[in-house]
Write a protein that binds this ligand. Structure first.
Ligand SMILES: Cc1cc2nc3c(=O)[nH]c(=O)nc-3n(C[C@H](O)[C@H](O)[C@H](O)COP(=O)(O)OP(=O)(O)OC[C@H]3O[C@@H](n4cnc5c(N)ncnc54)[C@H](O)[C@@H]3O)c2cc1C
Length: 461
């Protein structure tokens, strides 16, 4: 490990799921860590809008670093999730072939899964599929089951990693965009919106801005981010009963395709699209695309035609000009770059963190001493609204209590914006999208957000 004599040992640039996991790993391993995040709150980039699937890596490129990181990340999540109250819905996935071409692709995909170490897959005939998923469209031809694919909460996972990092001494600075950097003899001197920081090792985990930060640090970037937008529609809670598994299409070379699955919060989502764009800041929703997604959902599960849509959202994948992760260490420069964590970063984050610690010369051997307890947000879990002393409900649609909101506002990394509060509590994310609770929320958060609350639900978080 690169240790600094003054300042911090490690500065992590970017508090997405990947930066939070890396900060956790280094802090547990005993380093003095600072996390610099340009947003008002954490998880404001790629990590705010994904499908929330904990992948097994069955379809990852064979022999790739991505596969190693997904498998290690998946395994570590299973190991630690109960200690921190993190949800795990072991739904399993069905990979579905709807035409002859897709059906022809199944044997090779199953062989790839086995070669990738995912050996518990089960081939399924049409009749097996319709028995396993009674609402599936009858045109289904064949498929296979991947039992290890699971659903998690993408936000409480990242918050848990961050809180655990903080409990082990890490410092988080938000509104801390790194705007310039100078390499001194044995350390970095970083200038950010939240002051100057010196650190022995810098980890560039800036996601959608990874190439920009790389240029800022070294004058050039060996990869280019090509943001790939994914839009989703979210169906209301009754729709969740229509899908027992995560319903996956046969993936293509470019995308995993449109998924239908429930969420741990009890909704059902359909998405994402895969749309190339230049702007890393712009995840706009397009009504025609959302309508097409709804139609795709109905083609897979015809009963969706009678279900209401609660919300829509979009996320941006930090894809690059190549398919693989762009992780590279230059310890003579005190720099590890973690770029291009495309469409599997939620699953791989803990694995990426161990890989980065190893690249930096660490052991990754220490066990955590502190285990933050995350609030239970999963549908059917021991939610606070059922517990005594919760001070009543503020958000009736998502059953968010006053006590939960207060806890999010005083957490180790307190919510700083409505987006941050939504991701910590799910407030305003239900049927009314904040119509009924925004006024009360504005009162409760007055003077506490760096980005004051101005109105209704809005951003999907
Ligand atoms: C539509 C979609 C579906 C997906 N589905 C899944 C899935 O089901 N399962 C799965 O495993 N993965 C999934 N992913 C992928 C996963 O969401 C990403 O791989 C992951 O979020 C990338 O995280 P990150 O930390 O690398 O980047 P980010 O979340 O973008 O974090 C980078 C952070 O760096 C900050 N930053 C940028 N520049 C600076 C600077 N100069 N100074 C300080 N801070 C800076 C940003 O504000 C940001 O918060 C999906 C992604 C999308 C978009």
């Amino acid at each position: 490990m690169v240790a600094a004599t003054s300042g911090f040992d490690v500065a992590v640039i970017g508090a997405g799921i990947v930066g939070c996991a890396i900060a956790r790993r280094f802090a547990i391993d005993g380093a003095r860590v600072v996390i610099l995040e340009r947003g008002h709150d954490v998880l404001d980039g790629a990590s705010k809008g994904n499908s929330a699937i904990l992948h097994t890596g069955f379809d990852a490129p064979a022999g790739s670093l991505e596969l190693d990181c997904i498998r290690a990340g998946h395994a570590e999540y299973l190991q630690i999730h109960q200690r921190m109250n993190l949800p795990l819905d072991r739904a399993g996935a069905l990979v579905l072939a709807w035409d002859e071409e897709q059906q022809t692709a199944l044997p090779a995909l199953m062989a790839q899964a086995r070669a990738n170490g995912v050996t518990d897959i089960q081939p399924m005939e049409r009749a097996d599929l319709l028995q396993a998923e009674p609402h599936l469209a009858p045109e289904i031809r064949a498929g296979f089951r991947v039992p290890g694919e699971a659903l998690i909460d993408p936000w409480s996972a990242a918050h848990a990693y961050l809180y655990q990092a903080i409990a082990h001494g890490a410092e988080l600075r938000c509104r801390a965009e790194v705007t310039s950097a100078r390499r001194l003899a044995d350390r970095w001197d970083l200038h950010s919106g939240a002051g100057q920081v010196q650190a022995g090792l810098v980890v560039n985990a800036a996601g959608l801005w990874g190439d920009h930060v790389q240029r800022l640090l070294t004058g050039e970037s060996w990869f280019q981010i090509r943001p790939r937008k994914g839009q989703f529609v979210v169906f209301d809670k009754p729709a969740a009963a229509l899908a027992r598994h995560i319903l996956l299409p046969v993936p293509t070379a470019v995308t995993k395709g449109v998924v239908v699955c429930r969420t741990v919060y009890g909704n059902l989502l359909v998405g994402p699209t895969a749309e190339e764009q230049d702007d890393p800041d712009c995840a706009t929703l397009v009504p025609e695309t959302l309508d097409a997604l709804r139609q795709t959902g109905i083609r897979i599960l015809p009963a969706l035609a009678g279900q209401e849509i609660t919300a829509a959202y979009a996320g941006l994948r930090p894809a690059t000009d190549e398919k693989g992760y762009r992780i590279r260490a230059d310890l003579s420069q005190g720099l590890v770059t973690v770029g291009g964590i495309r469409s599997t970063g939620l699953s791989a984050a803990l694995g990426i963190a161990s890989h980065v610690a190893a690249l930096a010369g660490g052991q990754s051997a220490r066990q955590p001493q502190h285990w933050p307890q995350m609030p239970v947000l999963a549908e059917g879990g021991a939610r606070d609204w059922r517990a005594p002393g919760n001070q009543g409900l503020v958000c009736h649609c998502e059953k968010v209590s006053r006590r939960e909101i207060e806890a999010a506002l005083t957490a180790p990394a307190p919510a700083n914006s409505l987006g941050g509060l939504k991701r910590r509590t799910r407030v305003t994310m239900g049927r009314c999208q904040g119509f009924y609770c925004s006024a009360e929320l504005a009162r409760m958060t007055e003077g506490r957000f760096t980005q004051p609350l101005t109105g209704g639900g809005g951003d999907a978080g």
